[in-house]
Design a binder for this molecule. Structure first.
Ligand SMILES: Cc1ncc(COP(=O)(O)O)c(C=O)c1O
Length: 380
């Protein structure tokens, strides 16, 4: 491996000392849009406002700010990515808290055995940790849904489009009696064509990936069943006694600005968030595919173009992550290989597959993405 490392370093002609961290999916690539938008997305909260714990005592999710719920429903309606009629909205501290809450709500407090939590590999690397972190007696991680051979007492986490590989996913154990949570963090038009409004029992969304506001820590669940919704809200009550109102107000404003970019006819073209995101990702994917082709050492998933109900035209898929596979017999561990280039990636092992895969964030700032492309392009 040492020998390979030095070969790789020898292949680099520039920027070799700076470490580029593309391990996390930190969505900073959207910053220029929000800079350009300026004051219209600014939120000011007077010191005396939003002080109470309570937002809407009549709602089973009593800590949900009505203006946030309204803007979330409005944006889903404009985009056409999810059914919101007759759904309860549960707000969470990111969709991470909502995954915890959904597992709690779907598992039984009475069960003698913990319920198995599964997801088809490659699965989002946090799922196993979330399922096992608290060593709960109610649920535990049971690995790849495709090879799972337990009984009907399972919860399948279905991530679509999938993190890490961008595939549109359906439940692997779709015909069985188990329960399902659909994590739809990336079902937005900048990443993938909008095929139809998703209509699952529990669907999770997050501003982190929808708008780039990961630091605001706001996610939301659309939940069909009132009892499940109530249990999810109970989990959040016990965990954090609700969710920051300040963050909900900010998230509401951000969603509103995006909605207005499409609903107010007089706004300039530059105010269309999904157009901005798609254009930037299209450019990055085109450059990455070209660099990968020239290097001949790696491969990437291919996606068919499909009709997008939002853009009203054939559209390509531009996932938030590049799921790279080594096609070079001498590179067994792609994460180690990229480390020799001072590029940090996430190892395939963390997603339940082999080290010949890595996940690379496509969502970082331009400057980091440019260095990444330069380093791949200058490999010998
Ligand atoms: C598939 C998926 N689900 C959930 C999350 C968690 O997002 P957050 O807690 O920031 O809302 C992420 C973040 O990367 C993700 O990729």
């Amino acid at each position: 491996m040492e020998e390979k490392a030095s070969t790789a370093i020898a292949g680099i002609s520039h920027d070799r000392d700076s470490i580029i961290n593309l391990d996390h999916g930190d969505p900073t690539m959207f910053e220029p849009f929000w800079k350009e938008i300026g004051d219209s997305a600014t939120v000011v909260i007077p010191g005396w406002q939003k002080m109470s714990y309570f937002s809407d005592p009549r709602n089973l999710c009593w800590f949900l700010e009505p203006e946030f719920a309204n803007e979330a429903r409005r944006l889903h309606r404009i985009v056409g990515n999810a059914v919101t009629d007759d759904r309860h909205i549960i707000v969470g501290v990111g969709s991470t808290q909502l995954i915890h809450a959904a597992l709690f709500a779907l598992a039984s407090t009475e069960a003698r055995q913990p319920v198995d939590v599964i997801s088809a590999a490659p699965y989002y690397s946090m799922y196993s940790g979330i399922a096992d972190f608290m060593k709960s007696g109610m649920f535990h991680w049971a690995g790849d849904a495709a090879t799972f051979n337990g009984d009907d007492n399972f919860i399948e986490l279905v991530c679509s489009p999938n993190n890490p590989d961008g595939e549109i996913r359906h439940a692997v154990r779709g015909n069985e009696a188990g329960k399902r949570v659909h994590d739809m963090a990336y079902y937005w038009p900048q990443y993938t064509p909008m095929r139809h409004p998703a209509d699952h029992d529990i669907m999770l969304f997050t501003v982190s990936k929808a708008t780039g506001h990961a630091g605001t820590r706001i996610g939301w669940a659309l939940v069909k069943d009132a009892e499940v919704a109530r249990k999810m809200a109970k989990f959040i009550e016990m965990n954090t006694i609700g969710v920051s109102k300040d963050s909900q107000v900010r998230a509401a404003k951000i969603l509103k600005v995006i909605a207005e970019g499409y609903e107010l006819p007089d706004l300039e073209a530059g105010s269309k968030f999904f157009h901005f995101g798609r254009c930037l990702l299209a450019n990055r994917w085109q450059r990455l595919r070209q660099a990968i082709k020239v290097s001949g050492r790696f491969s990437l998933p291919q996606f068919p173009s499909e009709f997008c109900m939002f853009f009203k035209e054939q559209a390509e898929t531009y996932p938030g992550f590049a799921w790279l596979r080594s096609e070079d017999q001498t590179i067994e561990d792609l994460e180690v290989f990229f480390k020799t280039l001072n590029i940090l990636t996430r190892n395939g092992r963390q997603f339940g597959v082999g080290p010949e895969y890595v996940r690379v964030s496509m969502l970082d700032r331009d400057a980091n993405f440019d260095v990444f492309i330069k380093r791949i392009s200058s490999l010998e």
